[in-house]
Ligand binder design. Structure first.
Ligand code: COA
Length: 703
């Protein structure tokens, strides 16, 4: 499959421009002219029903008239003609159709889009688009698009869901000095999607980094698999962070999930490095396309200025690669390249007196020293140094260093001469920026790349003790009652079936039963209303805690019942749940949504009644490995609470991580049944003492 996409769309030996025109200003003219101007070496066939020749090349009325094979067709006829053209291209055996034409699903014309896809499929042709700018490839001197020129030469490949942004990035590649081998406009993704192109470009010798601009993905799991299987770094900028699927949320999790969070989780789990904005996408792409990953935590900074050194130190801490002091032998060596008043710690400050030689020698030493995992070289323009000479000195050091698998990133702050030095470094394969913070962030991307490889290698091991049958029975019963909302008791039965510990409880249907059950469970108890129509029990006055004796149990029974009737007179009341009163523990929340793009997705965070106020939660697409679960526990703001604050014993993170994994298994296993769920609060006890789910909510999928 990759071969067809590669030859049909990215490396065709021949291209037909269907809808080629001799009229300047028409897209069919521009695409043909661009192919010629980019010095495409394959064969070009202009296709036009009335022209004999366009721009000096023999034209044909149809692809069917062309003698010999054609690999690709760039289609620039109006939408209404595309079906017939697709049919002809299919008959001709054309492998890739680059359909530039607009007027399909993006304007609601789904039918025509389905028809062209179905037609192409019949002939085994693949469609890129429709509604795209086209494809540009430096390696193949191919500008099969209406973007003005090929981008600055480099090794990144951009796949963009926005055509206009692709054209802008094409031009900006020169001013931002980020080199691309390919620019691919993906448009409506009627057939070929992100996953297909990622798999294909992962095998492309001219691509070293895959850069994505994403508005929305259709098949989230296919996308994740393609990214996980890729060996090259993938960086993505996702736009559209407005609420997603939250509109009809019946659970806390549903209301807290949003596109940004779910995509962010999927990116993390698929080894995708994230960009925070367009500039960041460029800057990080530059480093990822030119340098190897940073395989350890030891970052060394060499600078000639204290100010930029401190700025870089701050940025390093912010970006997750905080500085450590270099070991003595590194410091001793560095002292040889600086005046007395320099600093050999980290940042290594060669001082403003640093000339080219000091830079060259210290950079080479640092690259070859086993302690250093990544090197950021900072330079402030001085009257005593020539930036271009410093740049050349750094390059000499890189070439002379025996170690070739360590990343180096440079920042040169100054004027035109520094800019020229940056340009020179880039042309020589060294990422260079005009600010220390950006250089550090680029290095952080290389560190994230190394960590991403480890994440992707983690395998989820399901526990073998699930009782799916019991869970399905509970769900079946609720469906038979015509309900999509399970009671707390039912939800807990499902949780228990997946090995999640819940508080013990019995459903009392009378005052006498309430007392009997309370005794059985042991005082103090909690009593709660059980009604599918009352989801927010506390709001309805349907919860009483710390009930200590028979009289209190009797009273609670009657008060809760009266409150519930008052709250919703026609509510179907199943009874009153008498429950063990779990001892205090740290309150967290577990929950799930069934995301439209990525499917079952889970949430973990600080729980209790403030969950939607504090919004201290994190997400992962299910299933979640134990290691990812532990990372989830550590990445919320409230993580120190679980670690044990102010003399409190650390909480049982292992049991909590285990619960996260089990919960993630449960929602995946029951993905056809469960729409949303919450376990809130979940009480986390001291290390070794486990966890307990106190309240549970499950909303079924509509069937
Ligand atoms: N085979 C080949 N060429 C054909 C044809 C056929 N069956 N039928 C007609 N043509 C020719 C036309 O004769 C014309 O050539 P001419 O200038 O020599 O007459 C050429 O195809 C183009 O057709 P035309 O009707 O002039 O269309 P157009 O150039 O005004 O518009 C599109 C065509 C595709 C550009 C337009 O429909 C469109 O979709 N524009 C938006 C594209 C876009 O922005 N995409 C990216 C979004 S990010």
């Amino acid at each position: 499959m990759n071969n067809d996409i590669m030859t049909g769309l990215f490396k065709p030996k021949s291209i037909a421009v269907v809808g080629a025109s001799a009229t300047p200003g028409k897209i069919g003219y521009t695409v043909l002219k661009n192919l010629i101007d980019s010095q495409y070496t394959g064969k070009i066939y202009p296709i036009n029903p009335t022209a004999d020749e366009i721009l000096g090349i023999k034209a044909y009325a149809s692809v069917m008239d062309v003698p010999g094979e054609i690999d690709a067709a760039a289609i620039t006829v109006p939408a209404k003609l595309t079906l017939q053209v697709t049919e002809e291209c299919g008959k001709k055996g054309i492998k890739g159709l680059i359909i530039i034409t607009s007027g399909f699903s993006e304007v609601g014309n789904h039918e025509l889009e389905e028809q062209i896809v179905e037609t192409a499929k019949r002939y085994g042709s693949r469609i890129l688009g429709p509604n795209i700018v086209g494809v540009l490839s430096n390696a193949d001197h191919m500008n099969a698009s209406f973007a003005p020129f090929l981008p600055m030469v480099g090794k990144a490949a951009l796949i963009s869901q926005s055509g206009a942004l692709l054209i802008a990035m094409d031009a900006a590649s020169y001013t931002r000095k980020v080199g691309f081998d390919k620019l691919v406009s993906i448009g409506n993704m009627s057939d070929v999607d992100f996953a297909d192109i990622i798999s294909c470009l992962n095998d492309d010798e001219n691509t070293s980094c895959i850069t994505l601009y994403i508005e929305g993905i259709r098949d989230g799991r296919k996308f994740m698999d393609a990214c996980k299987n890729a060996t090259k770094p993938i960086i993505a900028l996702k736009s559209g962070t407005s609420s997603h699927g939250a509109a009809a949320a019946a659970s806390h999790t549903g209301s807290l999930a949003g596109a940004a969070k779910v995509y962010g989780a999927a990116f993390k789990q698929s080894g995708i490095i994230q960009a925070s904005d367009l500039n960041n996408l460029f800057d990080r792409t530059q480093a990822l396309s030119l340098q190897p990953p940073m395989n350890g935590d030891n970052l060394l900074i060499i600078t000639n200025g204290g100010g930029v050194g401190v700025l870089a130190t701050d940025a390093a801490e912010r970006d997750g690669i905080p500085l450590k002091f270099a070991p003595k032998e590194v410091q001793d060596e560095m002292k040889k390249h600086m005046p007395e008043f320099g600093s050999a710690k980290n940042p290594v400050d060669l001082t403003g007196m640093a000339g080219t030689e000091w830079y060259t020698e210290s950079v080479q030493f640092a690259l070859d020293h086993s302690w250093v995992d990544g090197l950021v070289v900072l330079y402030c323009e001085t009257a005593m140094t020539n930036p271009i000479e410093i740049a050349k000195g750094i390059k000499r050091a890189v070439d002379a260093a025996k170690t070739k698998d360590k990343p180096i990133v440079v920042s040169a702050v100054g004027g035109e001469k520094s800019d020229a030095a940056i340009q020179w470094l880039l042309e020589n394969g060294i990422p260079a920026y005009n600010s220390p913070e950006v250089a550090i962030n680029a290095m952080a991307a290389l560190r994230e790349q190394a960590k991403a490889k480890i994440t992707v290698a983690e395998k989820f091991k399901p526990y073998g003790d699930y009782d799916k049958e019991t869970a399905l029975k509970v769900i079946k019963k609720a469906r038979e009652d015509g309900r999509e909302s399970l009671t707390e008791i039912e939800a807990k039965q499902i949780f228990e079936a997946y090995g999640l510990p819940t508080t013990k409880g019995l459903l009392a249907k009378s005052e006498a039963e309430a007392v009997e059950f309370a005794k059985k469970i042991g005082y103090p108890v909690v009593m709660k209303i059980v009604s599918p129509e009352i989801l927010h029990k506390s709001d309805a006055g349907g919860v009483k805690v710390n009930i200590k004796d028979d009289a209190a149990a009797r009273e609670a029974y009657n008060v809760i019942l009266a409150n519930a009737k008052n709250y919703k007179s026609d509510a179907n009341i199943h009874g009153i749940l008498v429950q063990e009163m779990a001892p205090w523990g740290t309150e967290v929340i577990l929950g799930s949504i069934n995301d439209a793009t990525f499917g079952p997705t889970m949430m973990f965070g600080l729980g209790g009644i403030f969950v939607e106020v504090l919004k201290d939660v994190t997400f992962r697409v299910s299933p979640v490995s134990e290691n990812q679960a532990l990372i989830m526990l550590d990445e919320i703001r409230g993580a120190p609470i679980l670690a044990g604050v102010r003399g409190e014993a650390p909480r049982d993170k292992e049991a909590m991580a285990n619960a996260v994994c089990r919960y993630s298994s449960m929602i995946l296993d029951l993905k056809d049944e469960i729409s949303e769920s919450d376990a809130n609060p979940v009480l986390v006890y001291e290390k070794g003492k486990g966890i307990k789910i106190v309240d549970a909510r499950v909303i079924l999928k509509k069937k």
